[in-house]
Design a protein. Structure first.
Lengths: 338, 373
């Protein structure tokens, strides 16, 4: 068996292996080393949650701590990508996108199109998403749906350590701007991860459980919860197919539609707010393309349309969990033949 | 136990297997079983297969019901003398369940038994199972596969023999480096592997490309080889399904790979999502595509097998058996015809290129017969 690695260290390893392989790969952001340059202090932080720990020492010329100016360093990363480097910029919390959104959606996303296919922008923007960390409304949002809306951006939502390493390696080697969304509650999750480098292609969903009664489509941290729900439901005799799209853009519609053609039932699990989200997007896709296969209303398991609460009790109520997913499945399950 | 009660339990097929589903019983309560008789079908997330009894007696109780998922080692049925009373059977089941639950707590920290050894500057991954006197059994997989392809055979072989299954260079968890990717190169690696582990002489089992590799080793170093079992083996004729080889190398996603893997089995429904995912995980490793192309270019240059050892097989002194699936879609089963000499030939009707998986109990028995000689 391969050795086990945490989600955090799987990302660290992908960054290290790609910087090792290709000196044009650089890493930049606030506190990616932390304290570098101040007297007696190097690599104090390795990012706010320690993901990039140790990289500034190994790759001194490729790791840049930046000033606290997202509009500045995200713009710089995009410019560097357009002129030959392969930067990985860490935005820290996705919630900070507001201050550098122009650089992302109106510059990076448009270069290939506006320059007639002659420009490439191989930049990766990493950021942390999601609730459950007791970090309140300004550090807990999902927001990948906002970026998915914009043509020209590729959006990746890894759900496990194996997925994170392969998808990040693919992101770095990709010639288009890639948004990479890391759920902060996954960082300590461990699983077997190959030691060598490998890539997972974008736009191919992963099927984690095969089932015939209900299709569950889930993203990011929700994938783990969906498989827990599916395993619990299996003991009740309900067979669920669990699909992780891996990337919201490009999106593997075929795998979702094929599955719903077989099951006739769909539950979408998305930690984002319920409106204008991946949940509504996938529900609309299935309603439009597989309406005749549907035997029950599509269910969405999402957070409510409110900011993420700071109160731990309220935050726990706010987030989707395995029980909520199982309840949604039971609501539309195929009734056993009497 | 006065009534000589014995348990039939959920088997462990491969290191990764933790649970399996009892899909279908093949025996009724009251029936007699003996070793070799098919008891039930077990489905794991990777593959489904029939399980054979390893004990003899009357089936007194089918404990597990069809469609239930159970951990490895869980009680499926109780076998024993027909004289056993219902109370004795109940007591046996209760005691088994109690001990199984207690053992389950300890099993948490169990470490898988695979390890690595350096051969000619490359890390070679292998799994050793069993610990017995006498020549061990070494299992050599085929093109694009890995040591897990022996998951149905190795645990049974290990009950009476020391067994090794290795990942060839460029495969599984071994280094993803080959020089030319030729059968000669792999045969040298295998000889180096034996040397590194201090194995002077062994029974060799090889499938497909692995068959040609062990045959080459036996021709070069007859003193190292106690017997040969060639399964769906390369090296016995020119033909090779090159369209399969090329499509397998090219397939980047599930939809492209599935129809290729289905060619390996007479019953294509054996190809599960997990099996496809495992192969995709392997194919996505850096260096693997180059390795597979190198092997194809070297061993199957111009769409034909380049190393033909058929004529030399006649002269070989080592005991040899050749096993093919009649429905092999990769290397035709007619390569097993007219081999002459002392070659023992077995063609299994309902199998394609993976008879050691598709007809696992039978192939395991054939390997054991060979190793007993």
């Amino acid at each position: 068996m391969a050795r086990k690695l945490s989600f955090r260290n799987a990302i660290n390893e992908a960054l290290a292996q790609e910087m090792e392989r290709d000196s044009s790969v650089i890493l930049m952001g606030e506190d990616v080393s932390g304290g570098t340059g101040s007297p007696g202090e190097t690599d104090a932080w390795g990012g706010p949650l320690g993901v990039t720990k140790g990289l500034s020492k190994r790759f001194a010329k490729q790791v840049l701590d930046t000033p606290i100016s997202e509009s500045g360093f995200i713009g710089a990363a995009i410019g560097a990508a357009a002129s030959g480097l392969r930067p990985v910029a860490e935005l820290m919390f996705v919630d900070f996108m507001g201050v550098c959104f122009d650089q992302i959606f109106n510059q990076a996303a448009k270069f290939r199109y506006m320059f007639g296919g002659k420009a490439t922008t191989p930049v990766v923007i990493r950021c942390m998403i999601g609730g459950g960390f007791r970090a309140a409304a300004q550090h807990s949002q999902i927001l990948y749906n906002v970026f998915t809306h914009i043509p020209g951006l590729k959006c990746v939502v890894p759900s496990s350590p194996y997925e994170a390493k392969g998808l990040l390696t693919q992101a770095i080697r990709d010639d288009d701007p890639v948004m990479f969304f890391e759920h902060k509650m996954l960082y300590d999750v461990e699983e077997e991860v190959p030691e060598g480098a490998y890539t997972i292609p974008f736009g191919e969903a992963n099927i984690l459980r095969e089932g015939k009664d209900v299709t569950i489509v889930a993203l990011g941290r929700m994938v783990m919860l969906a498989t827990q729900a599916a395993d619990a439901l299996a003991r009740e005799g309900i067979s669920c197919e669990v699909i992780d799209p891996r990337t919201t853009s490009p999106f593997d519609a075929d795998t979702v539609l094929d599955s719903v053609e077989n099951t006739g039932r769909l539950v979408v699990v998305d930690e984002a707010h319920p409106r204008c989200s991946m949940a509504t997007d996938i529900a609309a896709l299935v309603a439009q393309e597989a309406f005749d296969a549907l035997e029950a209303p599509i269910q969405m398991v999402t957070a409510p349309h409110t900011p993420v609460p700071f109160s731990p009790a309220l935050e726990d109520l706010y987030l989707p969990n395995a029980d909520k997913i199982a309840s949604a499945v039971r609501k539309i399950r195929r009734k056993a033949a009497a | 136990m006065s009534a000589n009660l014995k348990a039939i339990v959920m088997p462990k097929w491969g290191l990764a297997m933790q649970e399996g589903m009892l899909a279908k019983w093949h025996i009724e309560e009251g029936a007699e079983v003996k070793p070799g008789l098919e008891v039930c079908d077990i489905e794991t997330s990777k593959i489904a297969n029939a399980m054979e009894a390893s004990v003899a007696g009357r089936v007194l109780r089918r404990v597990a019901s069809e469609g239930t998922m159970l951990p490895v080692g869980a009680l499926l049925a109780v076998v024993g003398d027909s004289a056993a009373s219902a109370e004795e059977v109940e007591r046996f089941i209760a005691k088994f369940e109690e001990e199984f639950a207690a053992a389950a707590e300890e099993r948490g920290a169990e470490e898988p038994a695979d390890r690595k050894v350096e051969v000619g500057g490359r890390q070679i991954n292998y799994v050793k199972l069993g610990n017995a006197e006498g020549a061990p059994i070494i299992l050599v997989h085929g093109f694009g596969a890995d040591l897990n392809s022996w998951m149905f055979n190795q645990p049974q072989l290990a009950e009476s023999h020391t067994t090794y299954a290795l990942d060839l260079p460029g495969h599984g968890q071994s280094d993803k480096k080959v020089r030319k990717g030729s059968i000669e190169e792999f045969a040298d690696v295998l000889a180096g592997f034996m040397e590194a582990l201090g194995i002077p002489r062994t029974h060799l089992v090889g499938q497909s490309l692995g068959g040609a590799i062990i045959l080459k080793l036996a021709l070069d170093h007859p003193e190292k080889v106690a017997s040969l079992t060639l399964i769906s083996s390369a090296g016995l004729g020119e033909d090779i399904n090159m369209a399969y080889v090329e499509s397998f190398i090219r397939a980047a996603g599930r939809k492209d790979l599935k129809p290729e893997l289905e060619k390996l089995f007479a019953d294509p429904s054996l190809v599960s999502r997990d099996m496809i995912n495992d192969v995709l995980k392997y194919k996505r490793m850096d260096g693997v595509e180059e390795v597979l192309k190198a092997i194809a270019g070297s061993a199957f240059a111009g769409g034909k097998q380049s190393l033909l050892l058929r004529e030399k097989l006649r002269a070989i002194k080592t005991p040899v058996q050749v096993i093919f699936g009649a429905k092999d879609q990769i290397i035709p089963a007619r390569h097993a015809e007219g081999l002459g000499g002392n070659v023992k030939v077995k063609v299994i009707p309902e199998a394609s290129h993976m008879p050691h998986m598709e007809a696992a109990p039978e192939v395991t028995r054939l390997i054991l017969d060979m190793a007993k000689q």
